[in-house]
Structures are given as C-alpha cells and as structure tokens.
Design a protein around this ligand. Structure first.
Ligand SMILES: [Zn+2]
Length: 297
C-alpha cells in the first residue's frame, strides 16, 4: 500500500512515499503543483539509498542498477525471465484447505483469500514445463510474497509432482526458492511432513540420474532450505541472499556469541561450501543454460 504524505516547505511541496515492504520513506518530487505529482512511481533502494524509477527497476528484473541489490521478484516475473511465455503450468487443481480448522486473528481460509488477492497467485508455488531456450525443463518457483513463501500442503505437493514429472519424462528440474517462513504453522504437522515428502521425491531424481538445479533467493530459510532447496546437484544463490535455517538473531541469543560478519549470506555460504555459485539475476538464464549443457542434457 502506498501512502503519500505532503509536507509544505516554503513554496515547495515534498512528497514522501512508503510501502508495506522494505521500501522506506523517500522524498520523491519537488514541485510547486501538488496535483501534477504522480504517486508510487519511485522507490528507494534499501541498500544504496538510490532513488529508482519503478519502471526502470522492472525492466532490470528488479535489480538496483546502482548497487545490484536484488529486490523480491514475483513468481510470474521469474518464470517469464527464464522461459518467456513458454510455461505450461500443471498441478493447478490442488487447492488449499483448512484441515485443522485453524483460526488465529482470522480464519486460515480468509487469510489465504487475502494473499491470493494481494499476489494474484492461488498459492505460494507455481510449477510447469517449458523450454529455457532449447533446453526442456520442469520449473517450480516459490513466491516469498505469498504467506512468506511458506510450505503448506499445496506447495509441498506441487514440488513433489514437479519432481515426479521430471523423473518420468527425464527432464531436468529447476526450483527457484524464496521462503522466509519455512513450514506453515496453520497446517501444523501436515506442513512439516512436506519436508520429508519433497526430499523423498528429489532423492528419486538422484537414483534416476535426472539433474536438479536449486536456485536460492533472498530469503530462503527454515523448512524450505532444510528440505528440497538444499538438495540440488547444483545450488545457485542470488547475491547477498539470506540463506539458513534459523535467523541469525535467534542463533546469537541461543549460543550467546556474536556471529561472524555476513553469516548466512550467499557470499559467506559460498566460502564455506554450502552453495556452488552466486549468480546475478540478470545473468541467471545464461548460466542455467551453460550448466544444463555441461550436464549434457
Ligand atoms: Zn541500490
């Protein structure tokens, strides 16, 4: 939600804009005519503080042109950046239920309906088949905007079906993960068991010699990382992504020690062998193609 505030400074009007995510309050325009000021066209990079034109940012795959900070990319934009329009979605018939009749501030079903409206997705994961240039792939993309990309039963089942299809059709599997939530508490144990289910499906790819390339975006945490996301034959991360199980603050409080600088960031994990490479989003498609060629697929 964009909130515009006007503050008078002499003859100047200074507009500030904030959004509900990481886009901080930022002065946008100086103008003497309030009515000419367009809303929501600019945002501030949380890393370098640069003022960015949203349209330019979109055209740059939501990477800051000044400092290469990677903003969150929605699932559909991600799919488009890798496969263009060649994406035949499957497993769409699987719908989220409320098996535990979970109600907190609001009913789980109401919460899901809100997330669907906000993101224009039916769940936090899309799966489909298409071509990355001339390479056939099964692609699954989770979206961290939908209930923090948490893995409920639908996400787990779609990932599992994607792995099973990759195995039966002998096509490489690519999963782009983004999850700040891991398991979805509203589904309790049914959510936790998705970790075992997706891991089992991925392990069958291994025995069938079908490659699985896992791409980790900011953030990839908790049950998602602790299951399918860390099981790639090749694991690629976006720059400066937060990747881990528990957040650094909780770890520090538990072990009562200061963590090293950059702990749980892609660059730190590359140095310590958890991931294989860090790739700028704008080069990801080309690198993926090269990896598939190296694997002789
Ligand atoms: Zn920046």
């Amino acid at each position: 939600m964009i909130i515009g505030i006007y503050l008078g400074f002499g003859n100047w009007d200074l507009e500030f804009s904030t959004t509900e995510r990481s886009e901080e309050a930022v002065p946008l325009f100086f103008s003497t005519k309030k009515k000419d000021i367009p809303h929501g066209l600019w945002l501030k990079c949380p890393d370098c503080g640069g003022i960015l034109f949203k349209k330019t940012l979109r055209e740059n795959l939501r990477v800051c042109p000044k400092c290469a900070y990677h903003f969150t990319l929605g699932a559909r934009e991600r799919i488009s950046s890798l496969l263009g329009k060649d994406f035949k979605e499957f497993s769409q018939g699987i719908k989220t239920a409320n098996p535990l009749n979970f109600t907190a501030v609001k009913d789980y079903r109401e919460k899901i309906a809100e997330e669907q409206k906000k993101t224009e997705l039916d769940e936090a994961c899309l799966v489909g088949e298409g071509h990355l240039d001339n390479k056939k792939v099964i692609l699954a993309v989770t979206d961290s905007r939908f209930m923090m990309g948490s893995m409920g039963s639908v996400v787990g089942e779609r990932i599992t079906q994607a792995a099973e299809r990759a195995k039966s059709k002998k096509i490489p599997l690519v999963i782009v993960s983004g999850s700040g939530g891991g398991a979805r508490m509203q589904e309790g144990m049914l959510s936790l068991m998705q970790m075992a289910k997706t891991s089992a499906a991925i392990s069958k790819l291994d025995t069938s010699s079908i490659p699985f390339i896992s791409i980790l975006t900011n953030p990839t945490m908790a049950g998602v990382l602790a299951s399918f996301a860390s099981l790639g034959d090749v694991i690629i991360a976006e720059p400066r992504a937060l990747i881990g199980f528990t957040g650094p603050r909780v770890i520090e409080q538990t072990i009562r020690q200061k963590l090293p600088a950059g702990f749980q960031k892609s660059e730190f994990l590359l140095q310590h062998g958890l991931i294989d490479m860090i790739v700028d989003r704008r080069k990801l498609k080309g690198v993926l193609k090269q990896v598939l060629e190296c694997l002789n697929i």
